[in-house]
Design a binder for this molecule. Structure first.
Ligand code: ATP
Length: 270
């Protein structure tokens, strides 16, 4: 079938609590997106609901994660498309790809469509190099689709970019990706601790971990993705060091709970 029809569309499993730091962005999203979605009856008196949101900031700062968490918390399906995936050398194919993404979303309402690397898809019209005509048509198609969203409801578009300055300004007009939210690295000690705690919240841990000491030895420009590499590596080392002890604990847990042979336990279960 179509290029984007092959991906299974479903509700993601990223919870709000999986995201550490980003307190201001989370608060902003709560008020502008989640509240109107969860309690639409409170927003009916002529207040237009948003249909688009733009996350911007350095790579690895949680743009995809946050978009998925919104979908999970609002119980909406999620379609993720990277800008360059839509580009096609054949005339008319790129716009068709954009149309197909939205068609797919309409078949799976309520749905969030996430456009990652939006800048690669939509550099300012007329300023691009050889492929500028293709870009122009893609942007035009995107605008048509987004403009059609407002009244119908049930669909929400989130864009992500590291370079908001490259985006066509038409995309940032009211009713499109008009709400911009910056996601950056966690700056304060509390935020950095919060990121580690969110990423390890399902791990079995010592009660007296000195988080203050840990974060003070971590470089200041560490992104959420860097923290993720660190926490998973630490987890792997801890598991390897205690592998026999852990296996005994798991076996004991299985015996106590009468779990069938061959069933696997998730680390957070026991
Ligand atoms: P890119 O611009 O490269 O697409 P991104 O901003 O979309 O990056 P994500 O893909 O959301 O970044 O983050 C990568 C990984 O880093 C996530 O899967 C998650 O494990 C971790 N991560 C990033 N930010 C956070 C955060 N604020 N809290 C917890 N984990 C985070």
């Amino acid at each position: 079938r179509k290029a984007f029809g092959e991906k299974a569309v479903k509700i993601p499993e990223v919870k709000w609590g999986d995201i550490g730091g980003l307190a201001a962005a989370k608060e902003d999203i709560m008020q502008t997106i989640m509240l109107p979605t969860e309690k639409p009856h409170l927003f009916k008196n002529g207040i237009a609901q948003r249909s688009g949101l733009l996350f911007y900031g350095p790579p690895g700062t949680g743009k995809t994660l946050l978009a998925k968490a919104i979908a999970t918390e609002c119980q909406m399906n999620f379609i993720s498309v990277k800008g360059p995936e839509l580009l096609n050398m054949y005339v008319g194919e790129s716009e068709k790809n954009v149309r197909e993404v939205f068609e797919r979303a309409r078949e799976n309402l309520p749905c969030i469509v996430f456009f990652d690397e939006l800048d690669s898809l939509a550099p300012a019209r007329g300023k691009g190099a050889d492929s500028s005509q293709v870009m122009d048509r893609i942007v035009a198609q995107l605008l048509t689709e987004i403009d059609g969203l407002g009244k119908k409801g049930g669909m929400f578009v989130i864009g992500a970019t590291n370079r908001p300055d490259l985006l066509d300004s038409a995309l940032l007009r009211t009713g499109r990706f008009d709400k911009m939210i910056y996601l950056g690295v966690a700056k304060t000690k509390e935020e950095r601790i919060n990121v580690i705690q969110a990423q390890t919240r399902h791990h079995k841990k010592d009660d007296n971990i000195n988080y203050q000491e840990i974060v003070s030895s971590i470089p200041e420009n560490f992104t959420g993705a860097d923290f993720s590499a660190l926490t998973s590596e630490t987890y792997m080392i801890a598991v390897k060091e205690r592998i026999e002890e852990l296996e005994c604990e798991i076996e004991a847990f299985k015996r106590e709970t009468g779990m069938p042979e061959g069933d696997e336990l998730l680390p957070e279960t026991y």
